[in-house]
Design a protein around this ligand. Structure first.
Ligand code: AP5
Ligand code: MG
Length: 211
């Protein structure tokens, strides 16, 4: 059954989804990554998306769904949704899409993190773009030295500036937090403490997903 990973910007959704993908052999779909790939392709759609996401706002529900449908219908594996749904309308759309495709949502797990930790993590996040276009997060699995050795370029996400982080948090409280009630009502909601080492967060997630 599919999994939704929820959480504020910087809560660790991407970090944990990548670990779950390897351990549970499922498919990680980060809507943020899908949108950034569209921007990197240089398409007209990508230019429209860049204007929205570099400002920290949400791409429209309709655009998100049409982009996502292609990705979801292309896999038979269990899916981990990272960064989707971000509105109650998206949660309803996801329900219908999964039903249409004969899939089912098993759990929606919130990685809970205090706001001060969000701000500190995002202000220090660095990424590395390799000459082949691959993007790696600088951290325990990919160091600054790894980046230099592969002729990569270090950069920060345009939406990680303090002003944009503050705006993303406001958008999160206003548009995404109501999704919690939606999944509580559906009986699939669970929460883990995101304010621990990545390894401990991962253990907590595995234990919640076993239930
Ligand atoms: P998206 O890319 O999803 O960004 P986000 O939700 O703001 O979250 P981040 O990716 O910044 O954080 P994360 O929770 O993945 O944490 P990470 O593991 O990277 O979306 C970007 C934009 O795209 C949105 O603002 C919106 O415009 C658009 N968009 C996306 N989906 C959309 C949708 N469904 N509808 C409409 N628009 C959409 O970790 C963060 C940092 O912390 C890293 O440096 C990491 O190394 C570090 N870290 C992680 N875990 C730990 C830990 N346990 N301890 C210490 N450090 C840690
Ligand atoms: Mg992410």
């Amino acid at each position: 059954m599919d999994i939704v990973l929820m959480g504020a910007p910087g809560a660790g959704k991407g970090t944990q989804a990548a670990k779950l993908e390897t351990t549970l052999h499922c498919k990680h779909i980060s809507t943020g990554d899908v949108l950034r790939a569209e921007i990197a392709s240089g398409s007209e759609l990508g230019r429209k998306i860049a204007a929205v996401i570099n400002n920290g706002d949400l791409v429209s529900d309709e655009m998100m769904l049409s982009i996502l449908k292609n990705v979801v219908s292309g896999t038979d594996k269990r899916i981990i949704f990272d960064g989707f749904p971000r509105t109650v309308a998206q949660a309803e759309m996801l329900d219908s899409m999964l039903k249409e495709l004969g899939r089912k949502l098993g759990k929606a797990v919130m990685i809970a993190l205090p706001e001060a930790a969000v701000i500190s993590r995002l202000s220090s996040r660095r990424q590395c773009r390799l000459p082949n276009g691959e993007v790696h997060q600088i951290g325990p699995d990919f160091s600054l030295q790894d980046c230099a050795a592969q002729n990569g370029e270090i950069f920060s996400r345009p939406d990680d500036t303090p002003e944009h982080v503050a705006h993303r948090l406001a958008v999160y409280h206003r548009q995404t937090e109501p999704v919690i009630k939606f999944y509580q009502a559906a009986g699939v909601y669970a929460e883990v403490n995101g304010d621990q080492t990545p390894e401990r967060v991962f253990e907590s997630l595995l234990s919640v997903l076993k239930d």
